[in-house]
Design a protein around this ligand. Structure first.
Ligand code: XBP
Ligand code: MG
Length: 235
């Protein structure tokens, strides 16, 4: 019996990566006087590394190993990431990033049916709050757990964030359904034993989703997404 839906945020609730996170990273780099520019294509490759701080570190180590004079790597990353979060939440406040098709309806239908709701994401709590605030503010009360960012040391594809969520909800993995958009996210949920529905996007459509309960283009069609999802929950 399905008891809870656990949502990934980036790529799943909304298409935040190309026109949100990526743009905010570039704004932070420019503000710091760095001539780094993450193109749409390069960013697609960098998405293999989850977590903004981890992604910046990977880029520096691979592409810009010579730091500005006197710079400390960890401080530099922390400062850039803080600026990036500021730019990202400002972008969301402009209202330019809507929820993906079908998300609002699924959340409302789940709530009406007494299905519990949670979030498991690698992004920061500020970013989750900002996204929901500017798309569906009442939903901030609907999620009983918002597990985000550095709350666990190992980010997706590690299962830690899903373990954390299950533990805090007192639920078994087979009573939940995870909603993800990426292979890293699917692996994270899968390793925690949670059946997973994948809604692909431009960055993830060519990835390997073997083991997913269902792979969809989006949650809007066909028919009633909630019925489809109930049918995929474990027994
Ligand atoms: C999303 C991410 C995030 C965002 C950046 O992964 O990898 O890192 O791109 O967020 P998932 P922060 O959807 O699998 O959770 O910069 O706030 O870390
Ligand atoms: Mg995602």
């Amino acid at each position: 019996q399905l008891q809870a839906l656990i949502f990934d945020v980036d790529g799943t609730l909304a298409d935040t990566e190309r026109d949100g996170h990526r743009v905010a990273f570039n704004a932070a780099f420019a503000e710091a006087g760095l001539d780094w520019q993450w193109s749409v294509e390069l960013y697609g490759q960098l998405l293999a590394i989850t977590g903004g701080k981890e992604r910046i570190r990977h880029f520096i180590e691979r592409e810009r190993p010579t730091l500005p004079p006197g710079a400390d790597l960890t401080d530099l990353i922390a400062n850039l990431h803080q600026a990036k979060t500021r730019h990202y939440t400002a972008l969301l406040a402009q209202g330019g990033i809507p929820l993906r098709t079908g998300v609002k309806r699924l959340l409302q239908e789940a709530k009406t049916a007494g299905i519990r709701l949670a979030i498991a994401t690698t992004t920061t709590p500020e970013n989750v709050t900002a996204l929901l605030q500017h798309t569906l503010p009442e939903s901030l009360q609907w999620f009983e757990v918002i597990a985000a960012g550095d709350i666990v040391p190992a980010k997706k594809p590690a299962p830690d964030i899903y373990h954390y969520t299950l533990e805090h909800m007192g639920l078994r993995p087979q009573d939940c359904l995870a909603l993800e958009d990426s292979q890293n996210g699917l692996q994270s949920a899968q390793q925690a034993g949670i059946p997973t529905v994948v809604t692909v996007n431009d960055y993830t459509q060519a990835q390997d989703f073997s083991g997913a309960a269902l792979v969809l283009d989006h949650l809007g069609e066909p028919g009633d997404p909630f019925q489809v999802l109930q049918g995929t929950a474990g027994s």
